[in-house]
Each structure stands twice: as C-alpha cells, then as structure tokens.
Design a binder for this molecule. Sequence first.
Ligand SMILES: Nc1ncnc2c1ncn2[C@@H]1O[C@H](COP(=O)(O)OP(=O)(O)OP(=O)(O)O)[C@@H](O)[C@H]1O
Length: 259
Amino acid sequence: MVDIISIANQKGGVGKTTTTINLAASIANRGYHVLIIDIDPQGNATSGLGIEKSTIDKDIYNVLVDEIPLTETIHHTGTKNLDIAPATINLSGAETELISMMARETRLKSALDQVANDYDFAFIDCPPSLGQLSINAFTASDSILIPVQSEYYAMEGLSQLLNTIRLVQKHFNKDLAVEGVLLTMLDARTNLGAEVVKEVQSYFSEKVYKTIIPRLTKLAEAPSYGQAITEYDSKSRGAKLYDDLAKEVLKAHGKRLKK
Ligand SMILES: Nc1ncnc2c1ncn2[C@@H]1O[C@H](COP(=O)(O)OP(=O)(O)OP(=O)(O)O)[C@@H](O)[C@H]1O
C-alpha cells in the first residue's frame, strides 16, 4: 500500500518543490517505487524532473476535472523508480472549476486509490495556497510534511496551515497527520538562521527533522538541468542531506534502509 505525503506550506518559495523532487528521488534511489503528483499549476516539479511541458497532453487537471485515470498522465523520470503525474498551467483553472463539482474534495483521493498497489510512496507537491487543490491533496494524504524557510517570519501563516489541516481532519480525513517539519535554506553565516531554528524547534519539538537543509547552490541549479540532485551531483552535500532526510522518513514509516 502506498504512503501518501503532501509537501505543503502556503508561503511561496520555501522549498516545497526542491524537497518533493529530492526527497522522492532519494527514497527511489533506495529501491522504493515513488510517484510525485505535481498539483502546483506552476509545474516546477514537472519541469525540474526534465518533463518538457509541451509534450504533456494529459495532466492532473484532466484527472481532477475530467476524471481520467491517473495512470494516463504518469511519466517516468530520469531517476530509476521515480515517476511523476505532471502539472501544466491548465491546472490553474481547476481551482475555480472544482468549486461547482460533485465530490470536489475527494477527486485526487479517488485517483490515487487506482495506483495504491503500484507505489510505496507518493509525494504531492502542493501550490502556495490553501484552496481546492491543497484540500484535495490533504484529503488524499496520510500526512503532511511542512518545509519552513529558516528566515524571519518563518512561522508566519503556519497557524492558518494547521487550521486547514484540522478542518480537513474534521470533514474529510480524520487520520491526517503532520509527518514532520523541515528547516530549509538555512544560511549558516547568520545568527538569524540559528534563532529561527530554535523558534521552530521549540514550537514543533520532536516533529522537526534532525536534518536541516542549508542554502546550497547545487540544489538551486539541478532543476534547470531537469534532474534531481541525486542525478545532477550524487556526491554533493545536498544529495547527502536529502538522503539523510529520506532515512528519517523511511524510519518513521517502519521501512528498511535498503541500498
Ligand atoms: N536549499 C536550497 N538552496 C538553494 N536554493 C534553494 C534551496 N531550496 C530551494 N531553493 C531555490 O529557491 C527557490 C524556491 O524553492 P522551491 O521552488 O523549492 O520553493 P516552493 O516552496 O516550491 O515555491 P512555490 O511556493 O513557488 O511553489 C527555487 O529557485 C529553488 O531552486
């Protein structure tokens, strides 16, 4: 059975897509079958894994709105064991179109049910908003991994995110859990970063991953080559740290650290 994890924070640019791609690729590298669902209309996970947008004829929009089978959208990526259900700008229409549709909150869940036995993990790269797309993601997920950028105002908006999680638990998915909180883009040269780390750790305590992702040039470069960090530079610090995160996640799910 697949374990489904949304990567979410409605704040923009905090490392959701970078974490989705590189955590998913690190877990795939350890021999697990992994699917990424790109539910962000910007489609950065899609292009960041080398899928040329002009070649996509069906995407998550068609799954949510036209109810086509999810399998018809899935592409293999350059990383072994890693597939993606892509997004294009089409998906931006879904946010409003879904509002008048039947079973609007559970459409992604129904689609993922179709591939439940094909993958060990699915990661959903959420958009920077808490609308219909994120609610579909949260309703379909077992848990939510929250990347938090290590800078001032890091905690801003998190109460709104936690409130949305509570609403989804109440109405659609009572077992939805917080998977963990990941500190990202830490600038080790400033005291500010260390202060934010302390603040986030004191609020979320054991939910915060031991692995912290610093600001690393190679992590920012890899998507322009359409590659996860594991492919772009497997020996880099970013690849090592996302593998450390993968080990924490696998352990939390009671999975063996194969490799
Ligand atoms: N650890 C890092 N080191 C350096 N650059 C990073 C790191 N993490 C992310 N970035 C860069 O910061 C920018 C924002 O990251 P990313 O796209 O992962 O955030 P996001 O939360 O998915 O954004 P959005 O809210 O727009 O979907 C990107 O240009 C990305 O390459």
